[in-house]
Design a protein around this ligand. Sequence first.
Ligand SMILES: Nc1ncnc2c1ncn2[C@@H]1O[C@H](COP(=O)(O)OP(=O)(O)O)[C@@H](O)[C@H]1O
Ligand SMILES: [Mg+2]
Length: 293
Amino acid sequence: MASPHSNTVPPNADGDDADRAGATSAHSAAVDVLLEVRDLHVAFGRHAVLRGLNLVVPRGQTLAVIGESGCGKSVLLKTMIGLIRPTQGQVCFDGRDLAGMSERQLTSTRVRYGYVFQQAALFDSMTVGQNVAFPLRQHSDRSDEEIEQRVLSRLAQVGLPASVAPKKPAELSGGMRKRVGLARALALDPELVLYDEPTTGLDPIMSDVINELIMRTRLSYPVTSIVVTHDMHTARKVADRVVMLYPLARLAEDEPQIIFDGPPSELDRSGDRRVSQFVKGEAGERISELRGA
Ligand SMILES: Nc1ncnc2c1ncn2[C@@H]1O[C@H](COP(=O)(O)OP(=O)(O)O)[C@@H](O)[C@H]1O
Ligand SMILES: [Mg+2]
């Protein structure tokens, strides 16, 4: 049976053949697509990183992108928001190709997503409050009072007291800085939030706090989230769909780069050894690299 989270389009229950004339029209009838990646290729010079990726992300989905270090997860995330230009193929946000957008359209699209960077990437010279206020000042004409209120409500949302607002990021722990990064990404209630390794470098308890925040955000409004992670606990806990990427260097030319696409509950049932080894944290055939084979 087709899962609602898989890439395949469930046919309309009462749809006739006319409704299913083409994949695209069937898609728009079945799901509200927020982000779509079509035949995406990204290379840096001769170094190909992504090859022929196709992904349809429905509005409201929490998608985890997993895969070993260096397989191209961060490159995919950056390409999805136009920070990296595809070598070939398209990224469509809410039905529009990013490549076809003017600078003005790109700016107005940027307001619609939040990005949580791998290293919290806060402005060190600004206070916590100024960091969270930054997107509000950049992209809206709210009054100082409104901004201050929103900053405090976003900090509260990520479990931080108002007393952290006047502090500098350097005065905070790693987990707190991550939460400030999250508060900043959520400042404008974005439709899409992209998280790059949100729990990397955190202890298990702080990781779980971040996982809970990702889930709570989804409960508070129908946000679409893409979580890049190599933390299986995070993937299983927060995602309703998991996509696993495989490094191109170890694939044959005709093998697809997405080696798993389905709900987390199916990860353990995957017949693909590359998936089950990753999920179990086993080195598999890569152990030979350590032996210098
Ligand atoms: N701006 C860049 N220029 C050249 N190579 C890059 C660039 N960004 C990433 N890469 C390369 O792309 C590959 C995938 O990187 P990345 O997406 O960061 O992996 P990960 O899955 O760990 O997030 C790596 O080999 C990396 O060196
Ligand atoms: Mg990365």
